[in-house]
Design a protein around this ligand. Structure first.
Ligand SMILES: CC(C)(COP(=O)(O)OP(=O)(O)OC[C@H]1O[C@@H](n2cnc3c(N)ncnc32)[C@H](O)[C@@H]1OP(=O)(O)O)[C@@H](O)C(=O)NCCC(=O)NCCS
Length: 157
């Protein structure tokens, strides 16, 4: 995603509807319910949580939420609009989260990803994350199926 046409900014209260729309659109294919405006607002209001919104021109391209507590950060979610994928938006957002988490004093960034989410796993592998654990049946899809989560970690030093 071209740096000259896209901008990453802090996710603000005015962006909550946009973030909820991006989240719903991104996770529906996994049979997962998108987070509501209220749920995102509550998360953003909890200690250490912040969000980033990526825009290309006037359009929303994606967003990410992360939490930093002491020297550990956690990527809570990341989502890119389906029609804008594979153009570097996910990498750009993830890079911005890594930068902000490092600036906030974190020395490691953790995340959970469904084992069958190949796109996200490739993105995280490319960024240097390593698998450090597995949570059995962590995700419950709308059809009742369960999926394991991998726990991944990136050293930020
Ligand atoms: C995961 C996601 C954020 C990636 O966003 P994106 O803008 O497409 O990512 P990028 O274009 O920066 O891709 C970076 C690298 O990730 C890998 N990747 C991304 N999508 C991929 C796909 N569909 N298949 C294989 N590799 C993929 C590639 O290595 C890619 O580099 P390349 O295009 O040079 O080969 C996006 O697919 C998404 O929103 N998915 C739905 C929500 C989700 O699953 N979030 C993660 C939950 S843990």
């Amino acid at each position: 995603m071209n740096d000259q046409t896209s901008v990453v900014s802090a996710l603000a209260a005015l962006d909550l509807d946009r973030a909820a729309a991006l989240h719903g659109e991104a996770f529906a294919p996994f049979g997962e319910r998108g987070w509501t405006r209220r749920e995102i607002a509550e998360l953003l209001a909890s200690p250490g949580v912040a969000g980033l919104l990526l825009r290309t021109g006037d359009d929303d391209a994606g967003f990410a939420l992360y939490r930093t507590v002491a020297n550990e950060a956690e990527l809570l979610t990341i989502a890119v609009r389906p029609q804008l994928r594979r153009r570097g938006a996910g990498s750009r957002l993830l890079g911005a989260v890594i930068e902000h988490a490092r600036e906030a004093g974190a020395t490691a960034l953790f995340l959970e990803v469904a084992v069958d989410n190949q796109a996200a796993r490739r993105l995280y592998d490319a960024a240097g994350f390593q698998t450090v654990g597995r949570r059995t049946a962590y995700y419950r899809r709308s059809d009742g199926a369960a999926a394991d989560a991998l726990v991944m970690r990136l050293t930020l030093n």
